[in-house]
Write a protein that binds this ligand. Structure first.
Ligand SMILES: [Zn+2]
Length: 181
């Protein structure tokens, strides 16, 4: 079976009326160089549909992958799944300043509508778009969910404690250390 390699730089003006599908994966590797720093060696699957919509463009689809992050509590590497489903707009902005109306940009225009990506030319970089989505789905606090997560933190604290500080009267952890033999 022949592998299809999809382009990652799209000329938006060339999209047909009905739009076009784009599929990327770790097997065909199109996005691997860009995503590597975020997802390391994890698999990824990106399915996108781009289509013209009036004088703008729509990008919809899914991004599935995993990010390895250290647990905020016990520090062990934790696989964090990314399952992103989205429908957004792409607006190509006129680079020439409009006479006297410089304030007519931003999100006011579509405050109730879908998220808008403003770009300055009809060249759309899918790799950068996907990178941004994956980076944005990184959680601020990672909890590994392992049963011994809290226990590991206590053990680590005990191990860094010098024996002379293990006095039951002054250090509550000393009792624990004793119990563990
Ligand atoms: Zn943990």
């Amino acid at each position: 079976m022949q592998k299809i390699i999809y382009p990652t730089n799209i000329m938006l003006k060339e999209l047909p009326f009905e739009g076009r599908d784009y599929h990327y994966s770790h097997e065909s590797k199109e996005l691997s160089p860009v995503l590597k720093e975020l997802i390391q060696k994890n698999d990824y699957k990106v399915d996108l549909h781009l289509r013209p919509l009036g004088n703008a463009f729509e990008i919809a689809g899914t991004i599935k992958t995993k990010i390895d992050l250290p647990c905020s509590r016990c520090g062990r590497d934790t696989e964090f799944p990314v399952d992103d489903n989205f429908r957004e707009m792409i607006l190509v902005e006129d680079q020439k300043p409009r006479g006297g109306h410089s304030g007519h940009v931003g999100s006011d225009l579509v405050s109730d509508g879908p998220y808008c990506n403003y770009i300055s030319s009809y060249h759309f970089d899918i790799a950068a778009f996907v990178h941004e989505h994956v980076a944005a789905s990184e959680p601020y606090i990672v909890e590994c969910g392992r049963k011994d997560c809290a226990e590991t933190v206590i053990k680590a604290q005990l191990n860094t404690m010098a024996p002379e500080h293990l006095d039951e009267k002054t250090n509550p952890f000393a009792v624990l250390k004793k119990l563990k033999g």
